[in-house]
Design a protein. Structure first.
Length: 157
């Protein structure tokens, strides 16, 4: 059947799918990156939160989350299973997350907190660094935004 893409709110998900999505996130962000932090931050339970994922034969290969913040939209928890990397799945998930954000509010800025080494990758989707770098769980991060006027970002782009 091949890779299929899905989107749903947590309340719409069956427990098995939710478990497999959260397990992938924990595998990537906690185990693989050796970062002991609260991956389950409570935001998945917000009424407007939506999860996106790529699945093949029951295996969750990639995922992302779209949130609605008071000042715009937020994409986060973008993760790809180690065995599925290099297939363009994260790019497909990002494109679908951006399409969903446009459906929700095409004028809203979209924010994310990128691991610093991925800033250029997110830049391919129109995100610009818009604040000072910071370290979270011993991993350098940068705040990024898509949809702000040129020159607004901290890096002058």
């Amino acid at each position: 059947m091949g890779v299929q893409y899905f989107r749903a709110g947590v309340a719409e998900l069956d427990s098995s799918t939710l478990y497999r999505i959260l397990r992938l996130r924990v595998q990537v962000f906690v185990v693989e990156q050796s970062a002991a932090y609260e991956e389950l931050d409570g935001r998945d339970l917000e009424p407007a939160a939506e999860l996106l994922w790529a699945e093949d034969d029951g295996a969750i290969l990639a995922t992302a989350r779209v949130l609605q913040d008071a000042d715009g939209l937020r994409i986060g928890r973008v993760a790809t299973a180690a065995a599925a990397r290099g297939r363009g799945l994260a790019s497909q998930i990002m494109r679908r997350a951006l399409e969903r954000c446009a459906e929700l509010d095409a004028a809203a800025p979209i924010r994310l907190d990128a691991q610093a080494h991925l800033a250029e990758w997110y830049g391919r989707f129109g995100f610009r660094i818009d604040g000072d770098p910071y370290v979270e769980d011993e991993i350098p991060h940068v705040p990024m935004t898509r949809g702000l006027p040129r020159g607004h970002g901290a890096d002058g782009r």
